[in-house]
Design a protein around this ligand. Structure first.
Ligand SMILES: Nc1ncnc2c1ncn2[C@@H]1O[C@H](COP(=O)(O)OP(=O)(O)O)[C@@H](O)[C@H]1O
Ligand SMILES: [Mg+2]
Length: 146
């Protein structure tokens, strides 16, 4: 487990870009944190690091959006509106989670039981000030940044 102190939004972006540049194929990155902690901001930076040229927008109403213009396919999930994990089966989530792209899952705690054993779990807490965040990263081997 690795803890990271994030001072501001720029720090979040730098971390995300490094993850995007170095993440291994077939990695599921599970983001856990309240509204406004920066899950979407981090995801957009991961996309930038992967070299995704399309505009990344929050998939809240779609559950999943796919981006194929980068080094690896990026599957961005926002499972906030999932009522039941069964909806994940209907989406065919296993094809994504156990494929060769990179999955980033916002609100991953909601589908915790479906996360692969080797998922990279990033828990984000608010810090002392408005822009500070405290990251706790488990299974960090597959993002290859440490
Ligand atoms: N250190 C930080 N990292 C990420 N976002 C930050 C940070 N500090 C302030 N913010 C702001 O917090 C908000 C995060 O929004 P967003 O990424 O959509 O969060 P989430 O997807 O977790 O709800 C943005 O308005 C952003 O400008
Ligand atoms: Mg979000």
């Amino acid at each position: 487990m690795t803890r990271i102190h994030i001072a501001n939004e720029k720090d979040t972006e730098k971390l995300g870009e490094r993850i995007g540049q170095q993440v291994q194929p077939g990695t599921v990155i599970a983001l856990i944190g309240d509204l406004g902690t920066g899950k979407t901001t981090l995801t957009k930076s991961i996309a930038r690091g992967l070299g995704v040229t399309e505009t990344v927008t929050s998939p809240t109403f779609n559950i999943i959006r796919e981006y194929r213009s980068g080094r690896l396919p990026l599957y961005h999930f926002d499972v906030y509106r999932i009522g039941d994990p069964d909806e994940m089966f209907e989406l065919g989530y296993e094809e994504y989670f156990y494929g060769d792209g990179v999955c980033v899952v916002e609100w991953a705690d909601i589908i915790e039981e479906l996360l692969p054993e080797d998922a990279v779990v990033i828990s984000i807490d608010r810090g002392a000030s408005d822009e500070e965040r405290e990251y706790e990263i488990e299974g960090e081997e597959d993002i290859c940044i440490f």
